[in-house]
Design a protein around this ligand. Structure first.
Ligand code: GLU
Length: 450
């Protein structure tokens, strides 16, 4: 039934000749810098594009974002002076739907990092089959050093600065590193007040990850952690690991790390160690994730937790474990850390936590990498559920959300496994292949205007 007839074959445009990533870089005049996260990300995507036989013009479209918005805006600080802030919104691709992706508040936010995170959103949304494209934003600031009032003013001015470039059916931000539901509430309020009064009712859809009382979805806060646990349940048994008995460690104990830790401990797993910006802690008998959450809320980090010993970073990576979950920032696992890691599986909760050199060492050492665009796609999936609930004025139950999320995550995990077999490649490349198959198909159907 599915066979392609000779007439159909003749109607298909000829496939592009193979182009290596370097040819695309050259054509777009990108001078490749091996330590640049955007270049690393594009290169990995282009390698996957080779596997799926993507047409050349589609590759060059994906190798650059559609829009890169950079803004500078003044904010009144508590001491009476005005500070100038730099913000970004990168809209990478919207072939599958509106641009979608978080807003990050962090001192190291840079254009190239935001660009690569936007690419990853395009890939993630396609892989998990939510009808969105990819975007990302950020403000270069240290939220830990801002008072609540300063944080509110930074959020409102940033929203005002980009308000005519985003929209509830065009580009929909969400929380990311350094931002949360309170920041989304301020963002939505500012955006709504800037719109004509008669259009305001529905415009809280401008962001997802809002507080539940303001139209946020039940289950959005835990969604990334929950999605990661769903992926582990699908993938670990095949690697001979029982999720309920596994021993794991976390890098980062923010939203993603914290929820992953608590949810896995609820299943019976043992949290052996955690590393964050305040140090590394270890307890062979298991760290109480709930008690650690209270400690982190009170002190700002895992360091000094009473029921664990403090260990060095080298000792942290060297612990013999089933699973290591990097759930903090990008590029944390370089070849150095990869050479130390003694876990059987690295499940990437953060975006792009492993460098290409780190990847190579892990693969060579036989450590399985469960890639980020699969493992952390639960957040954007429940963001989509929130957006649909807002659009249809409905409220779904927690059980309903969990079930729907589980379906998206399991199907995405299976797509990655199938792609790994089909294209005979590692899981990361397979995750990009699975994502690109759909994007390529859509571009084939739409063509390029005019
Ligand atoms: N910032 C999250 C991510 O990187 C969530 C994005 C969203 O919900 O739009 O996936």
């Amino acid at each position: 039934m599915n066979q392609v007839t000779s007439t159909e074959k003749a109607q298909q445009p000829p496939a592009s000749p193979p182009h290596l990533p370097s040819a695309v870089f050259e054509e777009l005049e990108i001078v490749r810098d091996p330590s640049n996260l955007f270049h690393q990300t594009i290169e990995q995507v282009l390698i996957a594009a080779e596997h799926v036989g993507m047409r050349h013009h589609q590759k060059i479209i994906l190798a650059q974002p559609k829009n890169e918005i950079m803004v500078h805006f003044p904010v009144l600080m508590d001491d009476g002076h005005h500070a100038l802030f730099k913000g970004y919104r990168v809209q990478h691709n919207n072939a599958l739907g509106p641009y979608k992706g978080g807003i990050r508040f962090h001192p190291h936010v840079s254009l190239d990092d935001v660009k690569s995170l936007a690419v990853l959103m395009t890939m993630k949304c396609s892989l998990v089959k939510v009808p969105y494209g990819g975007g990302k934003g950020g403000v270069k600031c240290n939220p830990r050093e801002l008072s609540t009032e300063e944080l509110k003013r930074v959020t409102r001015r940033f929203c005002a600065a980009i308000s005519n470039q985003i929209g509830p059916d065009y580009d929909i931000p969400a929380p990311d590193v350094g931002t949360n539901s309170q920041i989304m509430a301020w963002f939505a309020d500012t955006y709504q007040l800037m719109m004509p009064e008669h259009t305001r009712q529905d415009t809280h859809r401008i962001v997802t990850g809002k507080p539940v009382e303001m139209g946020g979805s039940v289950g959005r806060e835990k969604a990334t952690g929950q999605g990661l646990v769903d992926v582990l349940k699908e993938m670990l048994p095949e690697l001979g690991i029982d999720v309920a008995k596994c021993r794991f460690s976390l890098i980062g104990f923010g939203n993603v790390g914290g929820w992953t830790g608590r949810l896995l401990c609820e299943l019976g797993a043992t949290l052996a160690a955690v590393l964050d910006h305040t140090g590394a802690i270890h307890n062979d008998k298991g760290i109480d994730a709930e008690a650690l959450t209270t400690h982190v809320a009170e002190t700002g980090g895992v360091g000094g937790f009473h029921d664990a010993e403090s260990i060095s970073t080298e000792e942290f990576y060297g612990l013999e474990l089933d699973v290591l979950v990097p759930a903090a920032l990008e590029q944390m696992i370089t070849s150095k850390e990869a050479a130390l890691i003694n876990a059987r599986v690295v499940a990437e909760g953060a975006n792009a936590p492993t460098t290409p050199e780190g990847d190579a060492v892990l693969i060579q050492r036989g450590i399985e990498i469960l890639p980020a665009i699969l493992c952390n796609a639960g957040g954007v999936t429940v963001s989509y559920f929130e957006w649909v609930q807002n659009k249809t004025s409905t409220v779904w139950s927690g059980e309903d959300i969990d079930e729907r999320l589980n379906t998206h995550m399991i199907l995405a995990a299976r797509r990655v496994k199938l792609a790994a077999v089909k294209y005979e490649c590692d899981m990361r490349t397979a995750s990009y292949c699975a994502a690109l198959e759909q994007i390529a198909k859509v571009y084939d159907l739409r063509g390029v205007f005019p």
